[in-house]
Structure formats: C-alpha cells, structure tokens
Design a protein around this ligand. Sequence first.
Ligand code: FAD
Ligand code: SF4
Length: 571
Amino acid sequence: MANLNIDSQKDRTYDAIVIGSGISGGWAAKELCEKGLKTLVLERGRDVKHIKDYPTTNMNPWEFEHRNEMPYAVQQENPIVSKCYAFHEDAAHFFVKDKEHPYVQDKPFDWIRGYQVGGKSLLWARQTQRWSDFDFDGPARDGFAVDWPIRYADLKPWYDYVERFAGIAGDKDGLPELPDGEFLPGYPLNMVEKYFKQTLASKYPERKVISARCAHLSKPNQIHFDQGRVQCQNRTLCQRGCPFGGYFSSNAVTLPWAAKTGKMTLRPSSVVHSILYDEQKGKAVGVRVIDTHTKEEIDFYARVIFVNAAAINTNLVLLNSTSNRFPNGLGNDSGVLGKYVAFHNYSARIYAEYEGLLDYTTEGRNPAGGGYIPRFRNLHKQETDFLRGYAAGFGANRGSDTDRSGAGESLKNNLLNPKLGNWQVGSHMMGETIPKESGQITLDTKKKDDWGVPLLHIAVDYDDNDAKMKKDYLDTMEDMFKTAGFTNIRRDDGSQAPGLDIHEMGGARMGLDPKTSILNKWNQMHAVPNVFVTDGAAMTSTSTQNPSLTYMAFSVRAVDYAIQEMKKGNI
Ligand SMILES: Cc1cc2nc3c(=O)[nH]c(=O)nc-3n(C[C@H](O)[C@H](O)[C@H](O)COP(=O)(O)OP(=O)(O)OC[C@H]3O[C@@H](n4cnc5c(N)ncnc54)[C@H](O)[C@@H]3O)c2cc1C
Ligand code: SF4
C-alpha cells in the first residue's frame, strides 16, 4: 500500500517525471526543465555531484592501495563486472557490484551497470558516431527486424542540437555511412594510424580510417564555458570523473543545466518499482518508488513520464507495471515487450607490430582513442553470407622496451636507458547483432530483490550470423594488416559472453505497426501516449555505431514533441 502520510499528494505531483539520470535521462531532464516543466528526476543510486564526488580524479598511481588493480577477493565476489576493462580501483565506485544487484542469466550475459546520479555517463568511453540511413533503412532493406518508423533526416536536426551542446570532437569525413556533424576539431591520428589510413586508401578505397569521434572539448565554444567546462587536458583519466568537464557526462553538463532552471527536483536513492496506470483516465498517472534508505513505498504523480533507466532496466520497469488493462506490462498489447533485445558484438580483436616509421613516436595522449574504421561490409549491396556489418577501432602506440638483462652496473644502465620498441597496433570489432524474438528479458515470478522488485532474467545470445561476421572481421583485418606490412599478427576471437560491449538495446522497440512494436516514431507508447521511452530499449535494430549519441538525439526530439502534444491537450 502506498504511503500517503509522507506529504500530501499535491506535493508529490509534478508536470513531468524522468526515470533515471544517466545519459538519456539527463537530456530529457534538461529539455523538460528548460521548457518550463516542473520535473522530478528519479534515480535509484546515490547522488554524485560534479567534481565534489570524484574522489580519485587527482590521485597519482602510487596513491592507490593496490596500484589500481582490483583485489582478488573483490574479483571473486564480482566475476561479471570484473570482466569490464574499466573496473579498476580508480573507478570501481561507479560500477554496480554483482553481489549487491543479482540477476538471472538464462543464457550467459555480462550486464555492466552504473547505479548513481549520472549513471554510466561517468564511465563511458565517449565514442559518438551518428547513425545513418544505412542503419535506419537496414531492416526494411534486409528484412531482419521491423522497419524503423523514422529515417536519418528525422533525427539530423536533433543530432546537430545535442552535438553543439555536448561538444563532440571529430573531422568532417564526408561519408554517407557515417554522417558528419557539428564538430569541434578532431584529434589527430598518429603516424602509424595515418600510414594505415593511406595504405587502405590506395588498396581498398571503400575502407577508411578516420579519427574517432568523441564527446571531448577539444576546443570549447562559449556554450561549453557557460556550462562551467574547459578544454579537455588529454589526461585520459576520464572514468574517474573529470574536474575540467572535459568530456560529456550528465553530472557535468545536462543535470546542472536542468538544475539552473529551478524546475528540477532530483531524488536519488529512489528505485522506481512501476509506472501507475489509471484505467478510468486511460493513461499513466505517476510512478511508485521504493526509497532505498527507508524502504518506504512512495507514489509520485505527473502528466508525462520519460523512462530512461537504461535498456534492460527500462524493460524491467515496464514489465513490472501491470494492471487489468496491461497484465503483461505497460503498453504491451503487441506482446513484444522484453523481446528482440540485441546488443553489439565486440568480441574479436587483432594485434600486430610494425617495424617501420621508427623515427616517430606518439605525443601526449589521445582521448578519442585513435582511429575508427566505419562499416564497409554489405553497404551498397549484400556481398557476404551474413547480414549487416561491423565497424572497427584501430590504434597504434609505441612503448618503451626496457632491456632487463645484465647485472650490477650494466643492469642499472639498461634500466636507466629504456629504448622505444616497435609500434604495436591493434583493432577491435564492433559488430551489429540481429534482434531476435528469443532475445528476451523476463521477470522472475517468485524471487525479488531487496526493494521488492522481481529479479530479472536475461536470455540474449550470439548466433550464426555473429560467428560468420566475426570470422570475416578477423580474416579481413589480418589481410589488411599483412598488406600494411604489419608483423607478428595475433588474432583473438575472444570467448566472452554477450553484454560486455555495454550497448544493450531493444525490448520496447519503435515501429510503424502497434501490433509488432511498443513505441511510435516519437518514442511515445502506442497504447499509453503520455509515456515516452528514449533510451536503448527503444531501438528497433542496433547499427554498428556506438548508440549513446542517438539516445541523446531521441530524448530531445521526444521532449519537443511531448511539449507540443501537451500544449494541444493531447497528453
Ligand atoms: C565502460 C563503458 C564504456 C562505454 N563506452 C561507450 C562509448 O564509447 N560510446 C557509447 O555510445 N556508449 C558507451 N557506453 C554505453 C553508455 O554508457 C550507455 O549507452 C549509456 O550510458 C546509456 O544511457 P542511459 O541513459 O540509457 O543509461 P545510463 O547512463 O546507464 O543511466 C540509467 C540510469 O537509470 C538509473 N536506474 C535504473 N533503474 C532504475 C530504477 N528502477 N529507478 C530509478 N533509476 C533507475 C540507473 O541507476 C542509471 O543512473 C559505455 C559504457 C561503459 C560502462
Ligand atoms: S582526457 Fe579530458 S576529459 Fe578525460 S580526464 Fe582528461 S581532461 Fe578530463
């Protein structure tokens, strides 16, 4: 029974509620507040204030008790999150520990989460590519998922809008498969990255190496100074939280901006249990929250609700929002809620050495991470025996190669005079996976978590298409590495479970037909028009590009539409 004694219902009524304060929720909050709506942002985790709550941001390597390694006991207790490349002493406090928030893996799935104000926006690697018409047309062309209800042109102005505000560094590359944006200057490639780019340009003109596009202030504009941010200092310690606001996070950018309007109420430690549906009114009227400190159940009310809990948790909240009208989850007339969940396939890597260009080395650190190879497979025609394609990262660096041989004086001299070794080059695949009905999230019928919310089951896996795509990536990259004269090539077809790519999508997909989708072209529920879902749960297919920039664009576009509909009295 909801506790109605805490305060009056009126005090718990807002114009809008946003569930989740991460990348997409931060944008929804900013837009709703700027447009004058009294907005409640509900966040299950603790508060994290920009700068003040970044405890490790200025620590030196020797100041970490375990030199930034995670102690063995912690790894044993948290086998899933320990697999994430960024789970180290400097940022561990921003990751969810497996032990504290269990879920059921019906099939192996490494679910990486950040439960705090800012969500995973504190931890992300900040790679930001637009999706293109090749992605939004894809399902209609290849028949692998339902048709997207939008095309690139629908999203383009909103990409422009979020890029200008967030600050995205990149070059104008003129590629239809990776549309250019409103960029700050891109980060330069180093000599070997450029060499590989030139090699590909001469041998495989359709394959490009470009500077990776990233959410860093390479050269801030006035709007970024207005946000209290300054130029990125290239420290590449970003996952600790950046005191310069050098990279985009909800904590540094959208949430403070929303707060400045005086319209935002941020309520951390509030686990959203479900969305409340009123059958008489035929709409959602609010949300039920469990306070993590008191375990009290509290209901909050609003005219419009944005669900931004990150794809899998958004599915959980919707599936748990049952009523007579929606016994199988809110808006789930089609029965597809929780289904067609997909992700990216980052499971293959390839490494090599280059013995050329030894007169050069790298200078400073590149927060963009180096080069990006946009998708070139199956673009203009189907040319392989698998559907869709992959993009790839490509980077080169040159470390010192210290000779540790000898003894006494000779050993000392060797240690004091490290020499630069060969260039080390590496690439990882970023494959598109195909949403399948069997890729499903469900709720446990008996087991609940500490807040009385049913435990989640995940049954999402790779298939033959992924295996074929992975082989093609490794063969193709090996071939290109050989062409470039790289030596000591090592293939790693990683046996990792899905999930570690941290790009889960789908479950409440958009679509033209309410019989096969949950959301319309405005991220609005077909069946419950005052509920919008603008995180990864809304994705119809997955593209090869990183997804978060697209969640941002969807969020601002949906708020704009919701406001218009409210003005017309339709919501
Ligand atoms: C190490 C790492 C590297 C990454 N690199 C990239 C990259 O380079 N490019 C890219 O595009 N993406 C990257 N990502 C993924 C990116 O972080 C996510 O796509 C993005 O954060 C998703 O935004 P979101 O708003 O959906 O979710 P989040 O940012 O995770 O925010 C969701 C919020 O909702 C809260 N929440 C969940 N359930 C509830 C509930 N029931 N009640 C209340 N609150 C709730 C959570 O606590 C969280 O704060 C990376 C992620 C990680 C961890
Ligand atoms: S690289 Fe830039 S964004 Fe990252 S910590 Fe350094 S200054 Fe901050």
